[in-house]
Design a protein around this ligand. Structure first.
Ligand code: HEC
Length: 134
């Protein structure tokens, strides 16, 4: 019984430890699944978006602002938005109801794809720290 408890406790710590230290590779992989489920229908498989109505995520200068990027996925946005010098309006970005970890994963995916690159891993804690819509 004691051995069992010891093994149990160690594996529990192991699981907690691995959750807190999710690698960037794992986060990007999980983010791809989320993108495929929640974002692809609007932003497209290559993050190109749609002329005049849906801004691109590929090479997006908006994504350089981490706080705003977190906020728009967390809270959504409507109204005109300027991405790469072009104005997009007439459509809303609806909050997809993702939790903080899912938001950090999907951001790590889009920020390391299609011409975007970001060395700093975004964590669930970064997402928790953003409390205002853009
Ligand atoms: C229903 C269509 C729709 C869905 C689904 C959607 N978006 Fe958007 N997204 C938009 C629109 C429209 C805008 C521009 C909002 C505005 O005009 O204020 C936008 C803006 C953005 C922006 C900021 C501008 C840019 O291009 O860099 C990011 C980042 C973004 N979306 C990420 C996501 C992610 C990640 C998901 C999935 C979790 C997602 N979107 C799902 C329509 C959508």
């Amino acid at each position: 019984m004691r051995t069992f408890l010891l093994i149990y406790t160690f594996s529990l710590f192991g699981i907690l430890f691995s959750i807190q230290n999710k690698s960037i590779e794992q986060s990007i992989e999980d983010g791809y699944m989320i993108y495929d489920d929640f974002c692809i229908q609007c932003h497209g498989p290559n993050g190109i978006g749609f002329i005049k109505t849906i801004p691109p995520l590929a090479n997006s200068d908006f994504l350089l602002n981490i706080n705003k990027s977190i906020s728009i996925i967390k809270y959504g946005a409507k109204g005109p938005i300027i991405v790469n010098g072009k104005e997009y309006e007439g459509n809303s970005m609806i909050s997809q109801g993702l939790d903080s970890e899912e938001i950090s994963d999907v951001l790590n995916y889009i920020k390391n794809n299609w011409g975007n690159s970001n060395e700093i891993q975004i964590t669930a804690e970064d997402v928790n720290n953003i409390i205002n819509p853009i």
